[in-house]
Ligand binder design. Structure first.
Ligand SMILES: [Zn+2]
Length: 171
């Protein structure tokens, strides 16, 4: 793949000498952005790791979790923050686990809507919470090539209540 990338860059008229390490850097960069495929949820959290019995109805909110992922349409990064809130039922989750789950899921090729859904599905499966809300605010570098979309922040949200699924754009 590195040869093809170099050929492509040369075809643009770029100087070969300057670019000689760019293809291998680009491949490592792609590997970093897709390392989440090598991880499983069980590596992070499970019945004996990071889940605790709960008897409270206290709502947990975790705001401004930073993330960066790669858009599966353009192989361009998008990045921003994620907000998760949930009202537990039988279990609570260790607070460090949610950013770790987000990191695993975001280091795959994604679209923002799908990433929002994936985070929701994983947390619902783990916690069966009374309520769960996942909201992602992100800027997409694939949009930056088109002014004025480079200043747009995209927000996606998923909201779940036991036995009913609702969609919401509120924070
Ligand atoms: Zn894109």
């Amino acid at each position: 793949m590195e040869k093809e990338i170099l050929k492509f860059l040369e075809s643009l008229g770029c100087e070969k000498e300057v670019l000689k390490n760019t293809p291998s850097r680009f491949c490592r960069y792609l590997q970093d952005y897709t390392k989440g495929y090598d991880q499983k949820i069980g590596d992070i959290v499970g019945p004996t790791k990071g889940l605790f019995p709960n008897s409270s109805e206290t709502v947990v909110r975790i705001k401004q979790i930073p993330f960066s992922s790669m858009c599966q349409h353009h192989l361009a990064p998008y990045f921003g923050t994620i907000y998760v809130s949930y009202q537990p039922d039988k279990y609570i989750i260790g607070l460090s686990k949610i950013p770790k789950i987000i990191d695993m899921l975001s280091k795959r090729l994604t679209v923002q809507e799908g990433l929002t859904e994936e985070i929701k599905i994983h947390l619902v499966n783990l916690l069966q919470p009374r309520m769960l809300k996942v909201c992602i605010s992100a800027r997409h570098s694939c949009l930056c090539r088109n002014i004025p979309y480079n200043v747009v922040t995209i927000t996606t949200a998923k909201y779940r209540k036991k036995r009913t699924y609702l969609y919401s754009t509120e924070l």
